[in-house]
Write a protein that binds this ligand. Sequence first.
Ligand code: SF4
Length: 288
Amino acid sequence: MRNDCAACRLSECRTQMVEPDGATDSILAVGEAPGAEEDERGVGFIGAAGRTLRREIEAITGLPREGWSRANIVRCRPPNNRKPFADEVRSCTDKLKEAIERQNPRVILAVGESAGRVLCGERLRAGAYLPQVARMIADAQQRGSQALPLYEGRRVIPMPHTSGLAWNRTYKTPEGNRKIAELGRDAIRLAAQCFPVSGRPWTAHGRIAKAAEQAAAAWFVRACEGANEGAFLHYKPGYIGFWISRKHPGEHWVRDIPISNGMNEQEIASFIFDRARSLPIVSEVDLC
Ligand code: SF4
């Protein structure tokens, strides 16, 4: 348990400081402040809002929790989950900058209005937050990542808060009401498209793993009719890999088939089914 900072009044009511954690050279999600569960256990993004963010990042990018990193604009929980005051944010700014330096993120996702306004600075004016975020994301989708604001030399993508209350609501656009969750997913997709995290194979988890597993099961049924040795289905961001080992020595090969990061799990499942149908029959399937 770490409790060695008393630079602002939040030190008087916290249980413990919540330190940034997660993978370097990946996506860094920066939220507002620790909540009750985080304060109690000293781990960031484990409450309901954190779990939603984790589920969405995993579904869109394929990165499990350990594949991206987390920090907050203040490390101590404000009483009754109130928003941190400006002087508390200022007191904690050096710590956030240190975390960014250490995590060396490819892109920062600013989760929720408090983090968005701190990290996007003057690029977000006073007034409604979500329409401005939507415009910024649409602009970056058209013009590329250089349209995004910089914080400590890193591109920042603002997004809505992932608390159940915020995520399941709608916001007004000139074309009518739009789901806040869709805007959040657009932000994560933009992060995956503009700043793909590559070079490490990722194990499939969650909904994508389920989709892949179902496809592998169907493939296995066909495999039982054959006499070959093995096949391995592997998912990493942007790719489905089929590792196939046939019964004849030396007949091993890998097929990495690009998929779109924007695909949802149903699309990935049907994609795998289609590809599996065209592959040779195998006798064993493992999801690695
Ligand atoms: S919020 Fe930041 S500055 Fe304030 S006491 Fe906690 S660690 Fe220190």
